[in-house]
Design a protein around this ligand. Structure first.
Ligand code: GLU
Length: 522
């Protein structure tokens, strides 16, 4: 029984931003490390130069930090196993390759694009996890693993495995380089002992000889991951189910290198509510999208923790400390986890209830420039008042901006046709708006109570219900037929903007007067 300290890693390929599937993998590794007092290592697998972009790396760090998944070792954190960026670890990969060459476990492969390595047709839904960097090493691309299980494929043999020495030398001279292909005995089977899935056996004949180093000397994913996991003393590999079919190859490499493999745990696939792979068509798929939609990191983390794991009872809203305390890989299920956006919205609302107003307002202020670039009223106190008014009505903090856009703009606004139709058709509307304008201009103060007194006073004076004044005022200020309490809304909109909006509506009503008049009964 191993007693060493738990060491896990999250190993994203920066070929895209942090996907929610990747975030769930990072979170489960982080939870496992924190639960056991172990180390959470971040390793950037950037060997796919063609698809790597530095902004993706920065975006991944940023998303992890926003989720507060701090790493103990890795880029920006250092650690005894630096460097933590895979492209800087080539010397180590070459040493391991040399060992396999010396042991006769690999052969030179000169195929330009052999059938066995040719990329399969692209599938744009293949983004459950960021793609790995292994397209041409026969590694199973996460997005394709389900469509074509490894077990169903008979691996074609590579002719380079049986070249005569003279032919090999001729090709070596002609090509100037060769890939290294790992030889797999087709007669055997490889069993993955997975903590979550139990034993999964792969007949080696379906794996076939696979490339571990490209002809340019760069180690491919399956090989690089094994070397780095071993060098970094990773005790548990926790990753998406999409990688299960890569695992027998990795186990064969551990065996050939005479290294003990880590414990394997493959997390269940994440499906949308239609039980299909989560894809861009489902809307937000990246952590950043959720951030920009105004979800709270605490709510997203709580939600992600329940994608495959549960505390064994019906608890859903769980503070992070509680999740850390109770998290166990043994409780992770193997059936697909359903990404239920409604549930996330509900959770976010629950978290919003406990959020101090100033924190919520800070989030809204941070979201505002991108969500509403035209916003002109961005004073923090104003944002806090608007947030306080709307926070109980929204699921995410971006909704505060969408629902309350009229608070963040100056000057007149365009009322919706429904609001005009519903509340501005009466011939008295113009006259009432003029009276409201005067009353608001003259109000001694502009607090909620001042405004209420002014409007109710008007209603009394004219012998009509307050609603007769409230409705047109609402259309003028918010452009809508419904809004939160109009007295508070008016106070927050402020005197100057309120008067400008009433003028705007008056102008509009006078310009459409003939049509409006013909549509009303005298
Ligand atoms: N770079 C791989 C990915 O992003 C890592 C897979 C693994 O965890 O081994 O999918």
């Amino acid at each position: 029984m191993k007693t060493e300290r738990v060491r896990v890693r999250f190993a994203p390929s920066p070929t895209g931003f942090l996907h929610v599937g990747g975030a769930r993998t990072a979170l489960f590794n982080w939870l496992f490390a924190r639960h056991h007092g172990g180390a959470f290592v971040l390793r950037v697998e950037d060997t796919d130069a063609a698809r790597f972009r530095p902004e993706f790396t920065a975006g991944i760090y940023d998303a992890l930090r926003w989720l507060k998944l701090d790493w103990d070792e890795g880029p920006d954190a250092g650690g005894p196993h630096a460097p933590y960026v895979q492209s800087e670890r080539r010397a180590l990969h070459s040493q391991a390759a040399a060992k396999l060459v010396a042991d006769g476990r690999v052969y030179e492969c000169f195929c330009v694009k052999p059938a066995v390595e040719a990329p399969e047709p692209a599938d744009d839904s293949a983004d459950d996890e960021p793609d790995d960097d292994s397209r041409d090493d026969g590694a199973v691309d996460p997005g394709r693993a389900k469509a074509r299980p490894l077990q169903d494929r008979a691996a074609p043999a590579c002719p380079c495995g049986s070249l005569a020495d003279a032919e090999r030398e001729r090709l070596r001279a002609e090509r100037g380089g060769a890939a290294l292909r790992f030889r797999v005995d087709p007669a055997r089977a490889v069993t993955v002992n997975d903590i979550i899935r139990g034993d999964v056996t792969f007949p080696a004949g379906t794996i076939g000889d696979f490339v571990i180093v490209k002809s340019d000397g760069v180690a491919l994913y399956n090989f690089a991951a094994v070397i780095d996991d071993h060098a970094m003393e990773i005790t548990h590999v926790i990753r998406g189910e999409e990688h299960l079919a890569n695992t027998p190859k990795q186990l064969l490499l551990y065996e050939a290198l005479r290294w003990e493999p880590p414990v394997m745990a493959h997390l269940p696939i994440i499906l949308n509510e239609q039980r299909r792979k989560l894809s861009k068509r489902d809307g937000a798929t990246f952590v950043n999208d959720y951030r920009e939609l105004g979800y709270l990191p605490e709510a997203l983390v709580n939600f992600l923790a329940l994608l495959g794991w549960s505390p064994g009872d019906n608890r859903e809203i769980m503070p992070l400390e509680e999740i850390v305390r109770e998290f166990a890989l043994a409780d992770v299920v193997k059936h697909p986890a359903i990404f239920d956006l409604n549930k996330l919205g509900w959770m976010n609302k629950e978290y919003l209830k406990d959020l101090p107003l100033h924190v919520a307002a800070d989030h809204v202020a941070a979201l505002l420039p991108k969500r509403m670039p035209s916003a002109t009223r961005t004073d923090p106190k104003h944002i806090a008042r608007v947030t306080g008014l709307l926070v109980d009505r929204v699921r995410t903090l971006a909704d505060v901006i969408d629902l309350g856009a009229y608070f963040f703009a100056d000057g007149p606004i365009d009322p919706t046709p429904e609001a005009l139709e519903k509340h501005c058709k009466a011939p008295e509307t113009v006259e009432r708006l003029r009276a409201i304008r005067e009353a608001l201009a003259d109000a001694p103060g502009f607090g909620e109570a001042d405004i209420e007194a002014a409007i109710r006073g008007l209603a009394e004076k004219h012998g009509v219900k307050a609603a007769s004044f409230i409705h047109p005022l609402r259309v003028a200020l918010t452009g809508q037929a419904v809004s939160p309490g109009i007295f508070e809304v008016t106070s927050i909109v402020g005197r100057e903007t309120s008067l400008a909006r009433i003028d705007g509506l008056l102008e509009r009503l006078s310009s459409v007067k003939p049509a409006a008049a013909s549509g009303t009964s005298a």
